[in-house]
Structure formats: C-alpha cells, structure tokens
Write a protein that binds this ligand. Sequence first.
Ligand SMILES: *Cc1c(COP(=O)(O)O)cnc(C)c1O
Length: 430
Amino acid sequence: MSRSSDLAARSRAAVWHPCTQMARLDAVPPLPMVRGDGPWLIDADGHRYFDATSAWWTNLFGHSDAGLQQAIARQAATLPHVMLAGCTHEPAVLLAEGLRALTGGALGHAFFGSDGASATEIALKMSAHYWRNQGQPQKCEFIALAGGYHGETLGALSVTDVPIFRDAYAPLLRATHLAPALHEPGALAAIERLLVELDGRCAALIVEPLIQGASGMRMHGPEVLRALRALCTQHGVHLIADEIAVGCGRTGTFFAWEQVDPQHWPDFVLLSKGITGGTLPLSVVLTTDTVFNAFLSPDVARGFLHSHSYTGNAIVCAAACEVLRRFRESDLLQQLPRQAQALREAFAPLAQHPRVTALRQTGMVVAFDVSEPGERFAERFHLVARRNELLIRPIGATVYLMPPYLIDTPTAQWLAQAVRATLDEVLAGA
Ligand SMILES: *Cc1c(COP(=O)(O)O)cnc(C)c1O
C-alpha cells in the first residue's frame, strides 16, 4: 500500500472531514498532503497539485511562504498567547492600527474572532447591541441576500442562504428577511421596500461585496453597493460588508469596498481567510467610532462582553501583521491587475467552448458555468483535475479559480489549458 492510500484510509476512519459526505470517501479519497511550495501542494507519493482554490480561499502568497514562517516562528518563541482581556500585545495593536490606516481611519476599532463565522456572529451581536444601547432594542432583525454565505454556526447560518448548508438546520435558525441578490435586476427596489416594511425593526443588512462566493461566484459591480450604502444610511440600518472572501486583495484592492466608495464605508467590515495568508485562523470585525462609542458606559453590561479563548492570539496577529507589511512594502497591489489580466487573457478562449456559459472574472477570481453537466459533475471534475495536477473543487456546475497571487502569463496559460483538458475529459466521460 502506498503511503498516500494508507493515510487516506486512516483518515477515513478517524477524521470527520468538513463539507464532505463521508460515504463518498472511498470514491474520492482525501489527498494526503505533506508539503506546500508556492502554489503547489505535494502529496505523500510525491505528486504535485496546483492549488487553484488557495486552501479554501485563504492563501495569498503561496504555501510555505518564508516571511510568514519567520513571523510565526519569532512570535511563537517569545509570546505565543495571552488573554486579550486585561492584557494587550504589540501584534494585536499593530494589526488594528494597520487595518485602520487601510480604511483611511474610517473603521478605527478592531474586534478579533477566530474564524469567519465568528466574525459574522460578532457583527450581528454588535449591531443589535448598539441599537439596544441607543434605546432601540426593537431594532434586532436582519436582512440577508438570496444566495449569501456568511458562515455555518447557527447565527451566521441564519443569514446564509445556501440550501445545502442550511436546510437540515432550518428549525434551529433565527428568522431572517431575505432580499434579492445584488446581481438580480430590481434588487435595490426590493431591498428598499423591505427596509420600509421593517421600519424601526431592522438592525443591519449583511452583504458580500462584489462577489457572492459560496453560492457560485455570482458577481455584481460597485454601483449597486454604493446605492445600497445610501439606502442603509437613509433607513438607519447598519451595513455589514462581509469581506471574508473578497478582502486582502482578492478583487484587486486590499478591501473590495475601496472600489465602491472610499468616502462612505460600511458600518462593519469583516475579514478572515486571507488575513493570515492561509496560515492560521483569525477573523477581524472592523467598525466605526460611532458604533464603538455607543458601548462606552459606567455600566459593564453596556460593553461588548463577547469573547473567545483565543481572541487576538499573538502568533495569529503576528502572521496578519506580516500580511499587511507585504501589502504595504511590496508592489503586490500594483502587480495584481497584471496577474488578473494574465488570467483574463488565458481563460478568454474558454468562452467559445460550447458547454461553457457566463465566463466571468473579478480581480483574482475566475469562474464559469457548465451547461448539461451531468450527474456528480463537481466530484468528477475534481477527480479528473487531480490527474491534471490541479486541485480544484467546483460548486455544483460552476467551475472557479481563486489562485494564490503568484500568476504570470505562462502560469495562467498552463492553468487554462489544465482546466480545459479536465473539462473536455469530464464531459466526454459523462
Ligand atoms: C468562508 C466565508 C465565511 C465563513 O468563514 P469560516 O472561516 O469558514 O467560518 C463567511 N463569509 C464568507 C463570505 C466566506 O466566504
């Protein structure tokens, strides 16, 4: 038995894999990865795979990045962790200050969580608690958008509209008001009607700016977000921008919102995934002076008493500081448009493919839909792609790439060719 199939079998027996029907593990054995090198992952048998989904959208600079390794090792050797209530440390302060600077000072307060879903929970609680502190406890309902994804803990799942993640738990969830997704015509008018209808009861509206990720890379432009910001202001409703997937340069700017309106920020911006460059779990909820100040009081209970044991962990914050340093001190943000252009040119011919529809791109995200995909398309595509040295997981019949920021023209062309070869093989076999 190869090292790799041995590990896969032991994994099947002992590790309950996320987002996986474990009964399919014999057909789709997990790849036992042993090493990462730039965009490549290497398995126990020495096979390599291009990580086209950046380790679930978290990786920015490639695997085993030397700068991140050093930042993590240095912090681990001095102060790995201390509670952030009653103590503070430089990595947390530098990170909060760095993020504030990137919003031009608009979002000057950073609350740390441990993963994306906890950031959503924090923002929802903070918004409702803000209104309560303002003497408006009835403002505790939320608006979410059709096809939106904000995480899978119960509060986050309440504002998530992806049936496969939600349906089994629907009885456990809080009722949320659902409005049309922003790429749908008439979405803004429908949202406005809902805001009027909910007069005085809505705390916040949550949105994924520019790209709805988990429901299949549905994209919209910045104009509709600008109008949404204005609508929320007009109706006294917080706007929560979930940049967990689209932040950290993914759409071409550090925050997607910079392309929307750098003068009028959301009330909350959520970051996670890329914030540590794909090394460690961390999330951040950024908010305004207005929100922050409403919690200041001699009364302890008017404070935001939310906590996680590892809130603001020092190693994790040091990794995030290194990510910010790279954005500040390298020419990465200048390079990203070139990388995106290389992808655009390499994938353009795929639009002529008879089974490809809606080829689309925003920054470093490329996606297309496959018509008549056949049974278990995503699984078959994933398996054939493995043989073409590509690690990729379609969402239903949507194939997408969200690679690390290491794309030059030859790499983009190799990727496009590998995707096309995989697609043709899958469709021929169906
Ligand atoms: C991944 C994701 C989340 C949840 O983050 P987790 O770390 O998986 O909990 C929330 N919102 C968006 C937009 C995401 O892509």
